[in-house]
Each structure stands twice: as structure tokens, then as C-alpha cells.
Design a protein around this ligand. Structure first.
Ligand SMILES: [Zn+2]
Length: 481
């Protein structure tokens, strides 16, 4: 397909889209190309078409959810997942497949029961938050004290809280970007510390979720060394509504809580890594990641079996190209993201001496797609070039966003280490209906949307492995997260 000679990318895409071998593109106001040849544009289009036509991404997440299922970090199933990934990647024919050990916290959920004792006896649907301690064997019985948010709790007087069960009632707003989660999740992660500092005996939060199902959303919570540890649980959204209705009738609502969760020390897990070796710059790395671990109550389909499937499929399509791109594509399936991005921190330490060779990193950890926008965090001086290059090579009308990306949870620590990142934004409208619940199962995944995300990652990874734009240094931020 060499019927045009100028580097007319618009033309190249036109040719690719209509699939016609003989038209000469009309000269338009073509964006000035920095590096990518029209061949790259064609290969990128071809990768996307293959991804869209392929069932590979769905097959991968189906295999992981059926053959492994829940895989909480530090459990036996976590190791089964590592073995699954090693074998799967090996059979897919990647140039390199290896694993690197990570020390992860092990925790057992146990059982969690809660009920309203007065004014109206009723059972509640609750689940332990990850990392929580147990209640005493006979449970805890105490009146609740309600707060709109973590913010309100932090400003409250200890006199209101002492001896009570703190109830944080923060509703999570539905949004395509998932921003409601960012606003409410502090109550889950830091609520136990804030409550215990003021003398609470336990904390039960409204689930950080957008659904109205009678199930609770788990997720990680933290303790602080110098603050007493109290049991922490989440209740379903309808149960939080029920509590509110009771509080309207009687300001004194007494709960009973009984939990047997347990922290079990440290266990070994692994980051699992596969590579497509670059042809001319093999030591330079385009990292596309996802996390292999999941919470224990669902089968880890959308969080993050989907991400595992998306990045693995993208890399596999590039692996199978007749001509490998310049840089190495490295797929990293991170260990123990859910329990504190533990695998990612280990990766950054173990690869400290080659982080300057990481050209860019991105992680898929926001469900099963589709991708609708790409944000970057690259050298501000070259961002416009990156934008132009990428928008020209993307098949789906994926929007170009801003230069403020975090890159996804596991790679969010990389910008502070100088590594450019990108966030391929996936539609998260429904994500927090299922996230961290027993309802995170395969049926929530639409194979076509999943394939679209795989296509977007394939195009992104390929383009980044070929690009000659200098993505460093990143802009200096006062606070890089
Ligand atoms: Zn996740």
C-alpha cells in the first residue's frame, strides 16, 4: 500500500479506513508529522481492526474468572492466578515471560454480621473492609453516630463519638469518570483512624458504590500505628437508607456488629511480566499494566480481569506483527494492588535502575471499557506533538484529554520517579455498581466493549513504541501523587 508518498497521515487513515488500494489522498491541511510514517498509521489501524474482530480479550478474562476466580493477595488462589498467568502468557508466545516476587500482606475476611438492635430489630447486609481486625468474640453493641462524610467526622467533637459506632453516610455519585468514588472513598480508607482517634469502638460506612443492590462493597482500609485499631465494615446502600429512616424516627439507633476477620502477616506473591522485545531500542520500555489480584467476593471480572485481558491482548497483537516495533512492550500484571499497590511499589524498587528507560507507562484498571479519552502526563513542551500523533492514529474517535494523567493506580507512583504516563479513560458509568462486590462477575463484561479497549491499548502501545517524541522531563508539580 504505497500509492502515496508524502507523510499524509490523514490520507493514510482514509486509505486504511476505506480499505482501498488505489486512491491518492487529497492534500488537506495535514498536521505536521513528527515521526510516524504512514506505515505506522497503517499498522496501527490494522492492529485495531484485529483487536475488534478478535475474541481473545474476552477469552482471557473468561479463562481467568472461570479457572481461577477470586484471588485475594496472599491467599492460595493468588498463587493459582500467578501460575495461570505464567502459563497463559507463555502459551501466547511472548518473547519473554517471567515473574518477580513481592511480599504482600495476607488477610482473611472471616464472617461479618450486623443488625439493628433498637429501635427496630432488623438484620443488615455488611462486609468487612480489607485489613480490618475482628470484633471481640461476642461482638460489639453500641449506638451509632452518623456523619455525612469523612470531612464532617474529622471536625466533630470527640464527646459525640466516644463509645459509639461511627456511621459515615457518604453517597457515591455516578459519573463516567468515576469521580464520585474519589470523593467518597476517603471514608473507607481513613475513616477507622479518624473515628478511633475520637474514641469510636467501630466504624460502619455506607458502601462506596453507585448501585441499590442489597450487598456491601469491600475495599482496603488503613490503621495508624499510634491510633487504636477498631473493626471496620461497609453496609449495603439500601441498608444505609434504612438506618437513615430509623434515625428520623429515633435519634438513638443501636447496632450489633460481629466480625471474625484477621490479619495473617506477610505472604509471597509475584508480579507477572511478559515482553515483546523491541527491534531497535530493546532496552526502552513501553509498560502496559493491569493488576492480577482481586477482592475475594466476586470473581474479579471487571476488577481487574478485564484489564489483564485488555493489555495482554494488545501486546499479543503486537507480538504477532511481522515487524516488531522499536521499543520493548512490557506487560506487567501487578500483584496485590487492592491491598495497597504493593506489587507496583516492589516493581519500582526492583526496576529502579531502569526506570529512566521506561518511555511511558499506562494501566487498565477501570473495568471493561470502552476507552473514550486519553490523558497523558508528559513533557509539556512536547504534549501537543503527542496529542497530534495520537489523535491521528486512533481509529475510534477516542478524544484527546489533558496532560494531567495519573496513569492508573499501579503506575501512579511513576511520574514522581520521572516516568511519563498515560490514562486511557474507560467508561466508568456502571463500574461502581459492581466494584468490590460479589457481583463483579463475567456477565458484566460486553465482549465488544472489551475488544474496543484492547484495540485502543494496542494502538497506544504500538505508537508509543515507535514514537520519536521526547516525553521527558515531566512538568514539576508541587505534589506528584
Ligand atoms: Zn482494580
Amino acid at each position: 500500500m504505497k500509492h502515496y508518498q508524502t507523510a499524509s497521515l490523514v490520507g493514510a487513515i482514509l486509505v486504511a479506513l476505506v480499505g482501498c488500494q488505489n486512491i491518492l489522498p487529497t492534500q488537506t491541511s495535514t498536521p505536521k508529522l513528527i515521526i510516524n510514517s504512514s506505515d505506522d498509521a497503517q499498522i496501527s489501524q490494522q492492529l485495531a481492526k484485529q483487536a475488534l474482530a478478535s475474541r481473545l480479550s474476552y477469552d482471557i478474562v473468561e479463562s481467568l474468572t472461570v479457572e481461577v476466580g477470586p484471588r485475594l493477595a496472599g491467599t492460595e488462589k493468588d498463587i493459582v492466578a500467578v501460575e495461570w498467568a505464567m502459563e497463559k502468557l507463555w502459551l501466547m508466545g511472548f518473547d519473554k515471560v517471567y515473574k518477580e516476587s513481592v511480599q504482600v500482606p495476607a488477610w482473611s475476611r472471616g464472617t461479618a454480621y450486623a443488625s439493628v438492635v433498637s429501635p427496630y430489630e432488623q438484620p443488615l447486609m455488611v462486609t468487612a473492609l480489607g485489613g480490618s481486625i475482628a470484633t471481640p468474640v461476642n461482638g460489639i453493641q453500641a449506638p451509632i453516630v452518623r456523619f455525612e462524610s469523612l470531612e464532617e467526622l474529622t471536625h466533630a467533637s470527640p464527646a459525640r463519638i466516644e463509645g459509639k459506632i461511627v456511621f459515615i453516610d457518604h453517597k457515591t455519585e455516578r459519573h463516567i469518570t468515576g469521580k464520585g468514588y474519589g470523593e467518597s472513598v476517603g471514608g473507607r480508607s481513613r475513616g477507622a483512624i479518624a473515628a478511633a482517634e475520637k474514641g469510636a469502638v467501630a466504624i460502619v460506612i455506607r458502601s462506596i458504590g453507585t448501585d441499590h443492590d442489597r450487598m456491601a462493597h469491600t475495599g482496603m482500609m488503613r490503621y495508624q500505628e499510634d491510633v487504636p485499631k477498631i473493626p471496620a465494615a461497609a453496609m449495603s446502600n439500601p441498608d444505609a437508607d434504612l438506618i437513615n429512616a430509623m434515625l428520623k424516627r429515633d435519634p438513638k439507633v443501636v447496632l450489633s456488629l460481629n466480625m471474625t476477620s484477621e490479619n495473617q502477616g506477610i505472604a509471597t506473591s509475584y508480579n507477572v511480566i511478559a515482553e515483546v522485545t523491541g527491534s531497535s531500542k530493546p532496552d526502552e520500555i513501553v509498560l502496559i499494566g493491569a493488576h492480577l489480584d482481586s477482592w475475594d467476593e466476586g470473581t474479579g471480572a471487571i476488577d481487574d480481569g478485564a484489564g489483564v485481558a485488555i493489555v495482554t491482548t494488545a501486546a499479543k497483537l503486537i507480538q504477532d506483527l511481522p515487524q516488531k516495533p522499536a521499543r520493548t512492550i512490557r506487560v506487567v500484571l501487578f500483584a496485590a494492588e487492592e491491598v495497597g499497590i504493593v506489587g507496583a511499589k516492589a516493581y519500582a524498587e526492583q526496576h529502579a535502575d531502569e526506570l529512566d528507560k521506561h518511555y511511558i507507562a499506562a494501566e487498565s484498571d477501570f473495568g471493561a471499557g470502552p476507552v473514550y479519552k486519553i490523558d497523558f502526563n508528559v513533557n509539556p513542551a512536547t504534549y501537543e506533538q503527542v496529542k497530534q500523533e495520537h489523535s491521528a492514529m486512533t481509529l475510534f474517535g477516542v478524544e484527546m484529554g489533558n496532560n494531567e494523567a495519573s496513569g492508573g493506580p499501579d503506575v501512579s507512583i511513576m511520574p514522581a520517579l520521572g516516568v511519563p504516563v498515560a490514562s486511557l479513560r474507560q467508561d466508568g458509568t456502571d463500574y461502581f455498581d459492581y466494584h468490590h462486590t460479589p457481583n463483579d462477575t463475567l456477565d458484566k463484561i460486553d465482549p465488544k466493549k472489551l475488544a474496543q479497549s484492547a484495540a485502543a491499548y494496542a494502538q497506544f502501545a504500538y505508537m508509543m513504541a515507535q514514537s520519536e517524541i521526547d516525553l521527558r522531563p515531566l512538568k514539576q508539580k508541587e505534589q506528584q501523587h
